[in-house]
Design a protein around this ligand. Structure first.
Ligand SMILES: [Zn+2]
Length: 226
């Protein structure tokens, strides 16, 4: 699974606005991100084999630290406890919230547990989606034994359709939940230059909000075609 993982990011952002979409993008791809330095260091292994499956040209031989079920569970638990510590009181607070006084979100810990849980779940769900498409190369334990995978990669078309349906469905939820938030220009701003700059900024934000993510998804779908 490649682009389908992003569906989880979009769906979780739609569910909980306080969780950062950027952080969710990293979380859903975390074990793949981890896989690359581990292979470069020779700790995990894959072999390039043309047409190994209809969808892939590699055989994943050894990846217990990034892609075993047990390792992914551990990574998710680590993310759950570590992220609130790293980000401190900013974690689980919508940007801008911290400026207002008496904001419940400002209180350390409020909302951060839910956000941490969503990030951890996003890390974990990568494995579940991989399980559908991978050939039996996903170890259950860190000793690389008992490998599993349903092997959808053996069907090019079904793999593409599944990824497309997932990512488009996720994007739909995200667009529906976030809408297009217009940034209001404050009436109190007396300086006309400031007002104009704010208006331009608001317009740019609107354009990014409306078209940014759909363009991103279309690009992903095109890249996935190649
Ligand atoms: Zn993966």
């Amino acid at each position: 699974m490649f682009i389908g993982h992003y569906a989880v990011s979009f769906a979780f952002k739609a569910k909980e606005d306080k969780v950062s979409l950027g952080l969710l993008f990293i979380a859903v791809q975390f074990i793949d991100i981890l896989f690359f330095p581990l292979t470069l260091l020779g700790i995990e292994k894959f072999k390039l084999i043309e047409n190994f499956t209809q969808s892939t040209h590699f055989q994943l031989e050894f990846m217990p630290y990034s892609h075993s079920l047990l390792a992914v569970l551990l990574w998710a638990i680590i993310a759950y406890f570590l992220l609130p510590l790293v980000f401190g009181e900013r974690f689980g607070v919508i940007s801008g919230d911290h400026k207002s006084k008496n904001n419940k979100g400002r209180k350390e810990g409020t909302g951060s547990k839910k956000v941490a849980a969503l990030i951890a779940l996003a890390v974990l769900l990568h494995w579940l989606l991989d399980f559908i498409v991978h050939t039996p190369d996903l170890p259950l334990l860190i000793d690389n034994s008992n490998k599993v995978g349903l092997g959808l990669w053996n069907n090019d078309l079904l793999t593409y359709l599944l990824e497309a349906v997932l990512v488009i469905g996720g994007l739909y939820l995200y667009m529906k939940a976030t809408g297009v938030k217009s940034t209001q220009v404050k009436v109190s701003q007396v300086n006309t230059t400031e007002v104009n700059i704010s208006k331009v900024k608001a317009k740019v934000n609107r354009i990014i909000g409306r078209y940014g993510m759909p363009i991103f998804v279309v690009l992903l779908l095109l890249i996935n075609l190649t």
